[in-house]
Design a protein around this ligand. Structure first.
Ligand SMILES: Nc1nc2c(ncn2[C@@H]2O[C@H](COP(=O)(O)OP(=O)(O)OP(=O)(O)O)[C@@H](O)[C@H]2O)c(=O)[nH]1
Ligand SMILES: [Mg+2]
Length: 227
């Protein structure tokens, strides 16, 4: 049995008896994707900091532009299809949604920034809420900045990265929707974003649809949650 790098136990291989003329040998027949966070459950949607769950344990947050694919990435990483709500319509996640994990740890799915149709007062509220959250949340152990790999790094992505960097928080840039890029576009994008991120964040290609980069992303999240 082989275990993928950085995601201990994320995938299991089944063995079955197969062979000819009654000679039984063990062979690998299927790869089963095991839910990595079977205990994950929705805790609360918060509009104000006082509604946040107690600031204990470790938390990893998913931030990024509206419609970038944050909720889909969170679902793919946890192996739970409908844990966070996703939508074709930008602006779906309007509150900070917290999900409880084993050992009192959590994941947080944040509202997307930069959606023009959201009224300015709401945008301003989100901007402040997100900044305060990243600046002050003591249990925050890492930030996954999700960006559509077909778009460049936005100013708000940079702002989030610099807030994380000011606190020396590990940050990981997830270049999602990589299934929409061909191989050379994907390589070019990865190199360009890596060059821009420098030492501030690690970077990877990802697709919630094709499940590309799933083990790497899951491994990063698990590492920030303490293994
Ligand atoms: N092709 C492709 N589509 C994706 C991928 N990830 C997300 N999507 C699609 O992108 C749209 C937005 O996905 P969400 O996960 O809801 O994005 P979000 O960042 O949580 O959006 P907001 O909460 O509105 O900010 C949905 O239609 C998803 O199906 C991906 O890896 N590949
Ligand atoms: Mg969302």
């Amino acid at each position: 049995m082989r275990e993928p790098e950085g995601a201990k136990g994320a995938e299991l291989y089944t063995t079955a008896r197969c062979g000819q003329r009654g000679v039984l040998i063990s062979c690998r027949v299927a790869r089963i994707q095991m839910p990595q966070f079977p205990e994950a459950q929705f805790l609360i949607s918060a509009w104000q900091p006082h509604q946040f769950p107690p600031d204990q344990g470790r938390e990893v947050a998913f931030v990024g532009r509206s419609n970038a694919g944050k909720s889909s990435a969170l679902n793919a990483i946890t192996g739970r299809k409908d844990l966070a709500r996703t939508s074709k319509t930008p602006g779906r996640t309007q509150l900070i949604n917290f999900f409880g994990l084993a050992n009192g740890h959590r994941l947080a799915d944040l509202p997307g920034y930069g959606y023009a149709k959201v009224p300015p007062e709401m945008q301003e509220h989100w901007r402040k809420l997100l900044s305060r959250y990243v600046e002050n949340r003591s249990s925050l152990a890492g930030v996954v900045v999700v960006m559509d790999s077909r778009r460049g790094v936005t100013d708000f992505d940079r702002q989030m990265l610099s807030l994380a960097s000011e606190r020396s928080l590990p940050a990981h840039l997830l270049l999602t929707k990589a299934d929409k890029l061909n191989r050379s576009e994907a390589t070019r994008t990865l190199k360009a974003v890596e060059a821009e991120a420098g030492t501030v964040a690690t970077v990877q290609l990802f697709s919630a649809v094709a499940k590309t980069g799933l083990d790497q992303a899951r491994g990063w999240v698990l590492k920030q949650l303490g293994g």
